[in-house]
Design a protein around this ligand. Structure first.
Ligand code: ADP
Length: 523
C-alpha cells in the first residue's frame, strides 16, 4: 500500500471508525446500565406486589384475630355470651377451623370454639397446650411486643399437620396476658380468602402462584399457564410453609431488555460494517483515481514522445532540403516521402487524441447508413497492403463471399479496424503476419484482426479497453502508444450496438473479433 493511501486510511480511521467504535462501546455500556436499572425497577415492583399480597393476608387474619380477642374481652367484662358472634366468624370463613384463648397464668382454663365437628375441645386443647409449650420463646417475644404496645401475629404449626397453621398473638384487651390462637387450613385460606387479592395484584399482566416450599408443587396460581421461571419468590409471612412467586405473562422483562440489547447491538454492528464498507469503497476509489492520475501523466509523457519524434524528423529533413544540400532527385523524393509519412503519423496521433476527447465529452457523432462491410474492409486492405509490405508484414485479407450489410458509420468502422491493424503491427515481433477476416455467423458479421505477435495475458485482457491503459512489461515498454486506441475501438463498436471478443495468449498472438448485427441491403 503506498504512503498516500496509508495516510488517507489513517485519517478515515481517525475521523470515522474510531468515533464509531467509541460510540458503540459507550452505547453498549449504557445499554447494560439501562438493563440493570430496568431490571432493578422491575424487581422492586414485583417485590411490592408480593408485599401487598402478604399484607393482605395479614390484614384478613388480624381482622379475625381482633374479633376473637374482643369477643373474649366482652365475655369476661360483660359476662355476655358472645359465642354466637364467633360462630358467625367461623361459619363465614371456612378456612378458619377453630379459635382459642388461653390465659397464660392459668392455661387449663382455655376457651375453645369450632364450627367443625371433627375438632373437639379436649383433643384440640391438648394439641394447643403442647404447641404453646413448644413455642415458649415465640410467646415470650409476643408478650414483649404487646408490652411495647404492638400486637404481633406469629405463625406456628405441627410438623405432622403442616397444613393447619396456628396464628398466635397476645390479646391487648386483657388485664392478664391471654394468648389467642386461630387454627387455619392454609391451603383453603390461600385458595378462598387470599385468591381474590392475588388475582387483583396479578392483574392481566403477571402470573402469581403459591408453592409448597417443601414439596415444590403449586397450591394456587392466578393463571393456568405456569411454564417458565418465576422472577421473584417470597415466603408468605404467616404461612412460612408456603412461598409466593411472580413473573410477567408472556416474555419476561429480562427477555425484553435482552432482546433490545441484541437489536441495538446488531444495529451498531451494522453501522460499523457500513462504515467499514464505506471506507473500503473510498480507498478503492482513491486508488483508482491515483492510478488514473499516474496513467494520465504517463500518457502525457508518451504523447510528448510520440509527437517529438516525427516533429524532429520533419524538421531535420525539411531543413536539409531547404539548405539545398540534397543533390539527387531520388534522394529529394525519399526525403519528401519521409516528411509526408511523419506528418501523417503526427496527424494520426492528433486525430486519435481529438477523437478520444470528443468521446470523453460525449460529443462524438456517428452517421449510420447501410454499408457493405466487405467493401469497407477491402478498401482498408488495398490502402494498407503496400504500407504493411514495406514494413515486412504479410496482410491476409480473407473476406467472406457473401455480401455483409450492416447499419454502420463506415468512417468510424474503418477507424476501429485500422486501430486494430496498427496495434497488430506494433505488437508483432518475429512473425510479421496479419489477417483481416470477415465472415457471417448466424445474423452476426464477424470482423477479425489477427496477429502472431506478443499476445496479451489474461490479467491484462481485462483492462486493455480502459482509457490510457498500456501493458507495462515486455515489448510494450519499447513500443510507443497513447493507450487510447482500444478505448476508441470499444466506443465505436458500443455505438454500433456490437461487441468485441478477444482471444489471446502471451507469445501466441492476438485475435480481436468485432461483432456487428447483419441487416438486409434495403432497410
Ligand atoms: P496503445 O497501443 O497506444 O498503447 P491501445 O489502447 O491501442 O493503446 O492498446 C492498449 C494496450 O493493449 C497496448 O498498450 C498493448 O499493451 C495492448 N495491445 C493492444 N493490441 C495488442 C495486440 N494486438 N497484441 C498485443 N498487445 C496489444
Amino acid at each position: 500500500m503506498n504512503r498516500q493511501i496509508k495516510k488517507i486510511l489513517a485519517i478515515l480511521i481517525a475521523i470515522v471508525l474510531l468515533p464509531a467504535l467509541f460510540f458503540t462501546i459507550f452505547e453498549l455500556n449504557s445499554l447494560s446500565n439501562n438493563e440493570k436499572l430496568i431490571t432493578s425497577i422491575y424487581e422492586s415492583q414485583l417485590d411490592m406486589i408480593l408485599f401487598s399480597v402478604n399484607s393482605a393476608s395479614e390484614d384478613i387474619i388480624a381482622r379475625w384475630g381482633n374479633k376473637v380477642a374482643s369477643y373474649h374481652w366482652d365475655k369476661i367484662k360483660n359476662k355476655k355470651n358472645t359465642d354466637e358472634n364467633l360462630d358467625a366468624l367461623l361459619k363465614q370463613n371456612k378456612s378458619l377451623k377453630y379459635v382459642y384463648v388461653v390465659p397464660l397464668n392459668n392455661k387449663k382454663e382455655y376457651y375453645f370454639r369450632s364450627n367443625d365437628s371433627s375438632y373437639n375441645k379436649t383433643e384440640a386443647g391438648n394439641k394447643i397446650l403442647n404447641l404453646i409449650d413448644r413455642n415458649k420463646g415465640k410467646i415470650e417475644k409476643l408478650r414483649g411486643f404487646i408490652e411495647s404496645g404492638y400486637q404481633k401475629l406469629e405463625p406456628a404449626h405441627y410438623e405432622s399437620d403442616r397444613e393447619l397453621t396456628h396464628i398466635l398473638f397476645i390479646s391487648q384487651y386483657s388485664d392478664e396476658p391471654v394468648l389467642c390462637g386461630l387454627a387455619i387450613d392454609s391451603k383453603k385460606f390461600i385458595n378462598e380468602d387470599l385468591s381474590g387479592k392475588i388475582k387483583v395484584a396479578a392483574h392481566s399482566v403477571f402470573i402469581i402462584s403459591v408453592f409448597d416450599t417443601e414439596k415444590g408443587n403449586a397450591v394456587y396460581s392466578s393463571d393456568n399457564n405456569q411454564a417458565g421461571e418465576f422472577s421473584t419468590h417470597r415466603q408468605i409471612w404467616l404461612f412460612p410453609q408456603y412461598e409466593i412467586a411472580i413473573k410477567l405473562k408472556g416474555v419476561s422483562i429480562e427477555e425484553i431488555a435482552q432482546k433490545r440489547i441484541y437489536e441495538n447491538l446488531a444495529l451498531l454492528l451494522g453501522l460499523i460494517l457500513l462504515l467499514i464498507i464505506g471506507a473500503v469503497i473510498i480507498i478503492i476509489n482513491i486508488r483508482k483515481e491515483m492510478k488514473l492520475a499516474e496513467i494520465k501523466s504517463e500518457f502525457v509523457s508518451n504523447v510528448s514522445h510520440e509527437l517529438r519524434t516525427p516533429l524532429a524528423l520533419i524538421n531535420m529533413f525539411a531543413e536539409t532540403l531547404s539548405m539545398g544540400r540534397v543533390k539527387t532527385e531520388e534522394k529529394k523524393q525519399e526525403y519528401y516521402q519521409i516528411i509526408s509519412r511523419e506528418a501523417n503519423r503526427l496527424s494520426n496521433i492528433v486525430n486519435k487524441i481529438l477523437n478520444f476527447s470528443q468521446i470523453e465529452a460525449g460529443k462524438r457523432k456517428y452517421n449510420f447508413d447501410i454499408h457493405n462491410v466487405n467493401e469497407i474492409l477491402d478498401k482498408i486492405c488495398s490502402n494498407y497492403h503496400f504500407h504493411l509490405k514495406n514494413k515486412g508484414f504479410i496482410l491476409n485479407c480473407l473476406l467472406s463471399p457473401e455480401e455483409l450489410y450492416a447499419n454502420c458509420d463506415s468512417e468510424a468502422l474503418t477507424e476501429a479496424v485500422i486501430n486494430l491493424i496498427d496495434n497488430a503491427v506494433k505488437y508483432s515481433s518475429d512473425i510479421k503476419e496479419i489477417s483481416l477476416i470477415s465472415e457471417l455467423k448466424g445474423d452476426e458479421i464477424l470482423i477479425t484482426v489477427e496477429d502472431k505477435g506478443i499476445g496479451i495475458s489474461a490479467e491484462d485482457q481485462k483492462r486493455i479497453f480502459e482509457k490510457f491503459f498500456r501493458v507495462s512489461s515486455g515489448l510494450v515498454h519499447t513500443t510507443k502508444g497513447t493507450g487510447l486506441g482500444l478505448t476508441i475501438v470499444k466506443h465505436i463498436i458500443d455505438a454500433h450496438k456490437g461487441s468485441i471478443e478477444l482471444n489471446s495468449r502471451p507469445g501466441e498472438g492476438s485475435k480481436f473479433i468485432l461483432k456487428l448485427k447483419k441487416c438486409s441491403e434495403n432497410i
